[in-house]
Design a binder for this molecule. Structure first.
Ligand code: R5P
Length: 297
């Protein structure tokens, strides 16, 4: 009997095969702990290293934005097409069915409405509630150059510290004040500051000139923000250019849910992000899918 056991053991130990040491596919994340990496791998596809996030958190400062009046009717059916959904805890708890297992990137800052100074934000979620709701990441605005710049940076470092404690990555969103210049120089500054101060990935706006310098000088993944609604071809082109210039994905809201055919648009953006489909071909795909999509309510 003892001999047979020894043979079995020899087989199952595979002494001749060294254990594989896994690297990690995401920029700047290889020194993170397992929980962080696991959550990031739910947001960013391990196959492409990219993500298509659906942003529907607008109500936290501007109320029922066009297209988000009835999230239950118009947005929940879109969620299965996204890699991750960015939203507030209020919408998650009241409106998103718990059986929907898409990774959640939870908005954790708030305070001022569109009627006031937007940079006057505070942290608005306790990390315990984020854990309770099983989120994949936490997020907030950082207002570099804004009136309350320093407080928003402090909000971020506190959120990063709380996230690090429990293995939850933080996404910083670089918010640009109305009168500020949106150029590569500004976004290099804002994105780099967020990464240096601990953000695990950064959401920022695309700029035509020098976006590749923004992604190259940021040591964590950059996700392109969508911005106000533009024609579908322009939005697909912007996503394509951002990806080709080194972005690790997109986090789009209005350009998806204010489109005439949101599901079709989401699928077209997915092809651009995950398969490098060219914008004109993606537009053709959008049109084909749109023809099959029932009219949005
Ligand atoms: C912007 O500051 C917020 O993060 C949002 O409310 C949202 O994510 C914006 O998405 P989009 O500009 O693509 O509509």
């Amino acid at each position: 009997m003892a001999d047979t056991d020894a043979v079995k053991q020899a087989k199952s130990f595979y002494e001749d095969i060294p254990m594989e040491t896994h690297g990690f596919f995401l920029k700047g994340a290889s020194s993170l702990d397992w929980g962080m990496k696991n959550r990031l791998s739910r947001i960013f596809s391990p196959d492409t290293g990219r993500t298509v996030m659906l942003a529907i958190d607008h109500g936290y400062f501007q109320g029922p934005t066009t297209g988000l009046e009835r999230i239950d009717l118009n947005i929940v059916p879109l969620m299965p097409y996204a890699d991750a959904v960015m939203l507030t805890r209020g919408i998650l708890r009241t409106t998103v069915p718990p059986w929907l297992t898409k990774p959640i990137v939870m908005r954790c800052s708030g305070g001022p409405s569109i009627l006031k100074e937007l940079s006057d934000e505070h942290l608005a979620v306790d990390i315990e509630d984020a854990i309770r709701m099983n989120v994949a990441a936490i997020t907030l605005q950082v207002f570099i150059g804004g009136k309350f710049e320093s407080r928003s940076v402090r909000n971020m470092t506190r959120l990063v510290d709380m996230g690090m404690r429990y293995g939850i990555p933080t996404m910083a969103v670089t918010a640009v004040g109305k009168d500020m210049v949106r150029d590569a120089k500004y976004f290099r500054l804002a994105c780099r500051m967020c990464a240096e101060l601990g953000a695990n990935f950064v959401k920022t706006y695309y700029v035509e000139e020098g976006f590749e310098t923004v992604t190259a000088s940021c040591p964590v993944p950059i996700v392109m923000a969508g911005g106000k609604k533009i024609p579908e071809l322009d939005a697909l082109t912007m996503a394509y250019k951002a990806i080709q210039a080194g972005a690790s994905g997109v986090d789009m809201g209005r350009n998806i849910f204010q489109s005439d055919a949101p599901k079709a648009m989401m699928q077209a953006v997915r092809k651009v992000v995950h398969e490098n489909l060219k914008p004109k071909e993606a537009l053709e795909l959008y049109k084909t899918l749109k023809a099959k999509e029932p009219k949005n309510r």
